[in-house]
Design a protein around this ligand. Structure first.
Ligand SMILES: Nc1ncnc2c1ncn2[C@@H]1O[C@H](COP(=O)(O)OP(=O)(O)OP(=O)(O)O)[C@@H](O)[C@H]1O
Ligand SMILES: O=P(O)(O)OC[C@H]1O[C@H](OP(=O)(O)OP(=O)(O)O)[C@H](O)[C@@H]1O
Length: 235
């Protein structure tokens, strides 16, 4: 395989803005097979094959080395695997898709303002109520990593794939780890971000796989493409 594979979001909030980014750099994405086709091209860069994939799949394939370059959220690289960030090179932040992964607690927990307060809540629940503190999230890897760093081990994750903010009020969990942009969903559900509760600041990025095979002419092609896209070379 001598050409380069570029994966771009096939749907969701990053799709349109990714298309605008490439067009703005003079390398418009084309989809000769029509809207339902999963293969495309970059106008003016015939060495590149475009693949249309969901953002989460792009993160997985970049880490595995089965696509060379991709556009996905920084959070999805961190969430896919703890070693994900080492398997890729973040070549350029794209200025859209901004969101923070945060720890939020019910507004009513007035004494709980920092991560270290959660450690107290967790051990209190264990010793007095004989149960674990429950965290609703779809960000399991990021939650485990940051709670371990904060020295908090007494909790259980309740996996939540949608409407995570509803979990504390419904009794499905005590607190949440989720993404927020404007904060309005958290506020509408009477939840508050801890003062040191921003676990990750994310945005859409142009990402290069370090685990792909970079022999032969492919590294030179990559360097040239990154230059055209105003992105940082992979060292
Ligand atoms: N308000 C937001 N809520 C969720 N994700 C957001 C938000 N703002 C930006 N993002 C980013 O968008 C990316 C998620 O895109 P993705 O296409 O997987 O999800 P989506 O647009 O919600 O579609 P779906 O959930 O239907 O798969 C993540 O990198 C995430 O950080
Ligand atoms: O801080 P805010 O600006 O309120 O945005 C945050 C919310 O937006 C996203 O949900 P969305 O409604 O897009 O649904 P989805 O996660 O299922 O795509 C995210 O999961 C949060 O619930």
């Amino acid at each position: 395989m001598t050409g380069l594979t570029l994966a771009v979001p096939s749907k969701g909030r990053l799709e349109e803005l990714t298309r605008e980014f490439f067009a703005g750099e003079g390398l418009a994405i084309t989809r000769p097979g029509g809207a339902r086709s999963y293969l495309g091209a970059l106008e003016g860069a015939p060495e590149v094959t475009v693949r249309f994939l969901p953002a989460g799949e792009i993160a997985r394939e970049l880490i595995r080395g089965t696509v060379d370059i991709g556009v996905t959220g920084r959070d999805l690289i961190h969430e896919t695997s703890e070693s994900g960030p080492q398997a890729v090179h973040f070549a350029r932040a794209l200025g859209f898709g901004q969101a923070n992964v945060v720890v939020a607690v019910p507004d009513a927990w007035i004494d709980v303002t920092h991560m270290h307060d959660l450690a107290d809540v967790a051990s209190d629940l264990r010793s007095r109520r004989k149960r674990w503190m429950r965290i609703a999230t779809k960000y399991i890897t990021i939650t485990r990593q940051h709670f371990a760093q904060a020295g908090i081990a007494e909790y259980r994750i309740v996996e939540s794939l949608g409407a995570t903010e509803a979990a504390p009020a419904s009794g499905a969990a005590d607190i949440i780890v989720d993404i927020t942009t404007t904060g309005s969903t958290l506020a509408a559900n009477q939840l508050r971000v801890l003062e040191d509760g921003v676990l990750l600041e994310s945005e859409a990025c142009l990402v290069v796989s370090r685990t792909a095979k970079w022999g032969g002419k492919r590294k030179a092609m990559l360097d040239a493409l990154l230059r055209r896209l105003g992105a940082e070379a992979m060292g």
